[in-house]
Design a protein around this ligand. Sequence first.
Ligand code: DAH
Length: 330
Amino acid sequence: MEELKKKIEEIKSLEDLEKVRVEIFGKKGILAAEFAKLKDIPPAEKKDFAKGLNDKKAALTKIFEDIKNLLEQEALNKRLKSEAIDVSLYGYELKKGSLHPVMETMDKIIDYFATLNFSVESGPLVEDDFTNFEALNLPKNHPARDMQDTFFFKDKNLLRTHTSPVQIRTMLKQKPPIRMIAPGAVFRRDYDLTHTPMFHQVEGLVVGKKGEVSFANLKFILEDFLRYMFGDVKVRFRPSFFPFTEPSTEVDISCIFCEGKGCRVCSHTGWLEVLGSGVVDPNVFKAVGYEDVSGYAFGLGVERFAMLLHKIPDLRSLFEGDIRLLEQFR
Ligand code: DAH
C-alpha cells in the first residue's frame, strides 16, 4: 500500500499518471488481481478481507484524484500562460485614407450635374492645336491665346490648357442634343499662391435645336449650382470675353467670408469670381459641323472652389504631398 501510494505521489505528468492508473486500477491491474484472490479466501474471513481491499482502493483513489487534479491544474496554468494575449501591447496602426480635397470638390461638382443627366466626358491631356485652340475660335495669332501660358511639345502638340477641347471632341463624335461636363487636369505655366502648373477644371456644354437652349437656361443652372456648392449666396453675371462664347460672362458669388461686406479674400469688393461662361459662339459650331443649333458653355477651376470651400490660403501646399496637411480634410 505504502509503495503504491508513493508511486502515485511521485508522478510528474498526466501521461505517466494514465500509465499508473492502468497499472493499479485497470482490469488487469494490481487491485483487480487482489480482488481476484477473494474467491480463495475462507468464508469467515471474506468480509474483513473485502473491507480491507475496499478501504485500500478508496484511499488510493483519493490520492490518485488529488494528484490528477494537481497535474491538470498545472497543465492548465501552463497553457493559459503560453496562450495569454497582452491586450496592452500596441497593434499595427491602420491608417484610414481620405479623398484629396480637390478630388472631393470635383466629386461634389460632378454629382450636381450627373443628377441633372449631364454625361461625364473626358479627353486626352496631350492635345493638338486644332482641338485646344483653333476649333474654339482661337485662330493662330489670335491675341486671346496669350491668356493661357501653354506648355508646347516639339511636335506642335501641347498639354491642354483647359477642358474646353473636350467640348469639341464630344461634338465631333456625337450629334446634338448634348448635355455634358468634362472634369480633368489642365496645365499652364503658372506658379504662385493661387496657381499651380497642373490644376483641374470642369467644363460644361449644353446644345439643343436653335432657340431651344438660351442664356436664361445657363443663368438658371449656374445660379442653382453655385447655391448647391456655397450655400445661400448672391450670384452676379458680369460681361466678359471668351473667344468660344458670345456673349460671355464671368460669374461671381457674394463673398462667403465677409458676406459681401468686403474683406481681404474678395479684395474688398464683396464678390468672388468663380466661373466663366457664355452662349456658344457660332464659329465653334461651324468648326465641328453643327448647324441650326444653340447652346451654352461654362468652365470652372476646381482648385479655386476647393480653396474657397476649405479656406485654403496657399494652393501649392495641396500638391506637396504632406499627409499631415491632407489629414485635416478628412
Ligand atoms: N476655358 C476657360 C478657361 O480655361 C473657361 C471657360 C470660360 C470655359 C467660358 C467655357 C466658357 O466653356 O464658356 O479659362
